[in-house]
Design a protein around this ligand. Structure first.
Ligand SMILES: NC(=O)c1ccc[n+]([C@@H]2O[C@H](COP(=O)([O-])OP(=O)(O)OC[C@H]3O[C@@H](n4cnc5c(N)ncnc54)[C@H](OP(=O)(O)O)[C@@H]3O)[C@@H](O)[C@H]2O)c1
Length: 340
């Protein structure tokens, strides 16, 4: 059912932007510990494995076929016997606007079940360190920008992904409730939109950045004159490379001990039309971008205030332009591996 890993084959390129920071003394040391990374086949789970590969800790993973995290009894049985020292909840039902709108029940119930089952099982097995992952969609649609953690539950959610958001908010509160009632050191981190190797390039279920890379790539190869960008193009989004997110998650696992969620963001946002232009440059597509304003735009702007995380010494290292080049190179490698 479970495996022990030391990362996968994607090597992070040399990083010219790297800024070394003095590491604070950890409140949870990874040294000699066993960490269960749930969702290890996903984009974040894989980045965490790459990040932790060099640390003196053992990584535990479980395949969904053997352990479906929506099944409480199985989760409790696994956690009770494996007894990891810490759990990172990177497993989730994840998808873009279309996928959310098509299956509200699935996005709400699967994510509620995954988080609740893991929290209960961890507490029952006396595991004191759990890191839950939410996302910037937990904040109100019209939250003041940049969005601080204190905006949580201060207004109505964006309707298109409210189901997923409610499940993630429940996880934040679950972590806080276990802390308040049982003194558990459970925490919740809220990354902004992520991208990178092992992103989902499926046009139906994926997010906007990989979808644009794929559309531009296909338009170029089919020698088409345009590719489509949903919405008005004015919507602004913040994008963070998943390796930067993994660095932040490890820092938080080691150092963060508050009931408040903590944001993980790049610190700048970009209009989607500008992102589409950057994608065209990356891919080498010289045609036009056709807007489809009848499609939903989603929340007009979502820029996180990540000041709290920066105070812990974290900085993003991968610029959007460089991250796009890396991600596109990875995508092309995957296409080259597919049977003709
Ligand atoms: N991607 C983003 O832009 C983004 C932004 C902010 C926050 N996050 C958060 O980061 C976390 C990970 O996201 P991601 O992008 O890595 O997602 P992902 O690539 O879709 O990976 C999801 C992972 O969860 C696993 N999973 C889903 N349902 C499961 C179940 N019932 N039982 C066992 N495993 C299950 C999947 O396993 P299979 O391989 O078997 O499907 C996969 O390993 C999520 O909590 C998400 O909310 C992501």
């Amino acid at each position: 059912m479970s495996g022990e890993h030391k990362g996968d084959a994607w090597a992070q390129p040399a990083d010219p932007d790297h800024q070394s920071v003095d590491k604070p003394k950890p409140c949870f040391s990874l040294n000699g510990k066993t960490i269960w990374i749930t969702g290890h086949t996903g984009m974040v789970g894989r980045a965490l494995q790459r990040r932790l590969a060099g640390e003196n800790c053992t990584l535990l993973t479980t395949d969904r076929q053997a352990l479906d995290l929506t099944r409480q009894a199985e989760v409790e049985a696994f956690v009770g016997s494996a007894r990891p020292d810490a759990i990172v909840v990177a497993a989730a039902r994840v998808g873009g606007i279309q996928a959310n709108m098509r299956d509200p029940v699935g996005f709400l119930s699967d994510n509620l079940a995954i988080n609740l089952n893991i929290a209960r099982a961890a507490h029952a097995a006396d595991i004191d360190r759990v890191l839950f992952l939410g996302s910037s969609c937990i904040y109100p649609r019209d939250a003041a920008q940049p969005i601080g953690e204190d905006a949580l539950l201060s207004g109505p959610l964006e309707p298109t992904n409210q189901w997923y958001a409610i499940a993630k908010i429940a996880a934040v509160k679950l972590a806080a409730a276990y802390r308040e009632q049982h003194g558990r050191n459970y925490i919740a981190a809220m990354p902004t939109n992520l991208y990178g190797p092992f992103d989902n390039f499926d046009l139906d279920t994926g997010h906007v950045l990989p979808a644009l890379l794929r559309k531009a790539h296909e338009a170029r190869h089919r020698r088409e004159s345009t590719f489509e960008l949903w919405g008005t193009g004015t919507t602004r989004r913040e994008f963070l490379h998943v390796d930067d997110c993994a660095n932040a998650l490890v820092l938080l696992l080691e150092n963060y001990t508050s009931a408040e969620p903590i944001n993980i963001g790049y610190g700048e946002d970009i209009a989607l039309i500008e992102l589409a232009r950057l994608v065209c440059q990356t891919v080498g597509f010289a045609g036009a971008i056709a807007l489809d304003p009848d499609r939903p735009d989603g929340t007009p702007r979502k820029l996180l205030d990540s000041g709290r995380l920066r105070q812990l010494g974290w900085r993003p290292r991968v610029t959007l332009a460089r991250g796009l080049r890396q991600t596109y190179a990875w995508y092309r490698e995957q296409l080259a591996r597919e049977p003709a």
